[in-house]
Design a protein around this ligand. Sequence first.
Ligand code: SF4
Length: 329
Amino acid sequence: MLACNDVVKQFAIRRTWGSRQVTVVNRVSVSVEASHVLCIVGESGCGKTTLGKVLAGLLAPTLGSVTVDGTLLYHPGNKAWEREALKIQLIHQDPFSTLNPVHTVREELSLPLLHHQIVPKSLVGEECEHLLTRTGLDPKVVIDKYPHELSGGQRQRVVLARALSVRPRYIVADEAVSMVDVSSRLIMLDLFLEIAQKERIGLVFITHDFGLARYVALEGTIAVMYLGRVVEFGGTETVIHQPRHPYTKVLLSSIPPLQAGDDFKIDKVYPRSFDVPSLELLPPGCVFEPRCPYAFDRCQSALPVLSTVVHEPGHQVACYLEDEETAVV
Ligand code: SF4
C-alpha cells in the first residue's frame, strides 16, 4: 500500500518585506493499494500536484509520513527508502518536458534499465522493444525517433514505457492525458487502467476534471481537494452520486451531460464567487466559506474536520452541514 499520513507540505514564499511559510498540502491522509485506483480531484492550486510529488518520493513532507508497502520514505537514517521510492513512478502532464530532447526513444528507455540493472546489458534492446509493445507502440516505427518526431500521445506512451521499465508497484499520473490529443485521450486512459490491472499496479490519478475521474476510478476512490485539504473522500460511485460537500457539488455541476440517457444527474450548484482565496491569506473558519452557497454563521467560526458521514462508512466530508442534518434527523 502507498499511503500518506497526516502530510503537511509548506514552502517559503519570498516577498519584498521578507519570506513566509505557505501551507500547500495540509494534513492529508490518503492511500492506494495494488490494482486499485485513487483519484485526487480539484482545481488548479489546490495542492494536488504537490501531494502527488510527495507521494512519488520527489518532495519530502514538512510534517507527517509517507509509506510504501510498510517502508517509511524520506527516512534519513535508512537509505533503503531510495530503492523503495523506485516502486513509485510519477508521470507528468507534459511528456515533452520530461523526455530528453537529444535522446532517442531507445536511449530514453535503456538508461533506467542499465542504471538500475533491471535486465542484463545484453537484453536491454529486447526489453526496450517489449516496453514499447506493452504501451501500444510499434518499436520499429518509434525506437530510433527523437521526442519532437512523435505525437503527444506517442510521447506520453514512451513516458509510460519508461515508468514501467523499473517495475513500479505504484504510478502517480498527474494530469497525464491533458496534453494528449482529444481523439487519443480515452485510448490512453484505457491503457493506464489495463496496465494497472494486469500488472497489479496501484494508480494515483490526479486531475481537475471530474469527468475523467469518474471514468478512471469507477471502482476506486476519490479524494476531493480544496486549498490544500481533502474536503470529501469516498468510493467513486458514492462521491459522484451522493456528494455531500458543497465544493464537490460545484465541481460535479461543471460536468456536461455526455449523452441522452446518461445516468448521472445532479442538481446544479454554483459557487457564490469564482475567486479562489490566496493560500497566504486564508479566511477564518471553513476555507470554502467565501464561495459556498450554503454558508451560515458557524462556517466562519472554525475549520470543519474531515469526519465519516453517518450511516455511510468510508465516506468522509469536512462540512458543518453534516452536523446540521444529523441534528435534524
Ligand atoms: Fe459551506 Fe459551511 Fe460547509 Fe464550509 S462548512 S462547505 S462554508 S456549509
